[in-house]
Design a protein around this ligand. Structure first.
Ligand code: SF4
Length: 341
């Protein structure tokens, strides 16, 4: 039996109809789940006790037990959840003046082993259900009230396109006007470069933002940093991304990690400029964040600024991501699935 948050609107209608309930009951249930944001069937007080009990048995809420909640000095909040089988995931809430972004996980662990990212250190355990993905969002929305969550980014633990169907179902529920009603343009899916996922997403007719972890501008450097480059080489990835931009008419964002002595070099500026110039693309620079297992260090501030300016002089649209939540290991590349409470 799926958990209740994994059900689409049509599936809720079918489930209730099988219990002898009228179609309008589905709207009430959706309202309890996504507008009032109850955390149990027991809380759906306008439904009969018998129906609440039946729902709780047949379609339980996904288990996301909050084991740790930490707050950074910059206001970033990180949540560690235990799932029903004991697996753990992390979720990060990042409020700024203009927006409040929630970074969510799509898998317990990750099989892609990028050499600068703590999420892959313990290997891959399993995919999250759509309900476990949405459960993170609802839990944090309740925890940060009255601050609204305005943007969702699939940049936590896991590779979203390695769990495509469940991620897509979660995206549709996030976007559904009777669901969480978050505009597609405020939802970002970030991939390490899974080409079939990019191609599939281009045909979904969704306005979601696509973000690609590029992190190197040559085949050799990308292969060194990201094992996925062996299966999906840089040149094929770029071709798929250009096609995505042409098909959807949407800009593709490329995440680019700045590692002292490796990716922040004059040669990298030339290579990156050549790859990005002249099409609907943008580069988001991320000075690398410390992870104790890796001997990578960020360049100094002057080198970062010079790198950004040089790209801009070359006609590349470019932003610099500020490190948020570093003091609680909540920044990019620092999330894990096996931290213990
Ligand atoms: S960057 Fe993404 S794909 Fe790579 S190891 Fe981390 S979570 Fe996995």
């Amino acid at each position: 039996m799926p958990d209740i948050l994994s059900l689409s609107k049509d599936e809720v209608i079918s489930a209730l109809s099988a219990m002898g309930e009228p179609a309008y009951r589905a709207k009430q249930v959706f309202d309890w789940l996504y507008v009032k944001k109850v955390s149990s069937c027991e809380g759906m007080s306008s439904l009969s006790k018998a129906l609440r009990d039946k729902l709780a048995v047949q379609y339980p809420f996904p288990v996301l037990t909050e084991k740790i909640a930490q707050e950074s000095k910059d206001g970033t909040r990180k949540f560690l959840f235990a799932l029903d089988d004991g697996e753990r995931i992390e979720t990060v809430f990042i409020p700024t003046e203009k927006r409040a972004t929630l970074c969510i996980s799509s898998q317990a662990g990750c099989k892609f082993g990028c050499t600068f990212c703590a999420s892959g250190l313990g290997g891959w355990k399993r995919n999250l259900t759509p309900g476990e993905i949405l459960g993170q969002v609802l839990h944090v929305m309740r925890a940060v009230r009255p601050t609204p969550v305005t943007h969702i980014v699939f940049m936590g633990v896991g590779e979203p396109f390695d769990n495509y169907d469940n991620v897509l179902k979660a995206v549709r529920l996030l976007n559904d006007k009777d669901g969480l009603n978050i505009a597609a343009r405020r939802i970002t899916i970030s991939t390490c470069g899974i080409i079939p996922g990019i191609e599939r997403m281009a045909s979904e007719g969704l306005q979601v933002e696509l973000s690609v972890s590029l992190h190197a501008a040559s085949e050799a450097m990308r292969a060194r940093l990201m094992p996925v480059n062996k299966k999906y080489p840089l040149k094929d990835l770029l071709r798929a991304c250009r096609k995505y931009a042409e098909t959807t008419n949407r800009q593709v964002t490329f995440e680019y990690i700045l590692i002292k002595g490796l990716t922040c070099t004059p040669q990298a500026i030339d290579e990156l400029s050549t790859l990005m110039r002249g099409w609907l693309s943008k580069v988001n620079l991320i000075p690398c964040n410390p992870v104790k297992e890796f001997a990578y260090y960020p360049p100094d501030t002057c080198a970062v600024e010079e790198f950004q300016k040089a790209l801009e002089r070359n006609g590349v649209i470019c932003t610099l991501r500020s490190a948020r939540g570093q003091d609680i290991s909540a920044a990019c590349g620092q999330l894990r699935h096996e931290r213990h409470a």
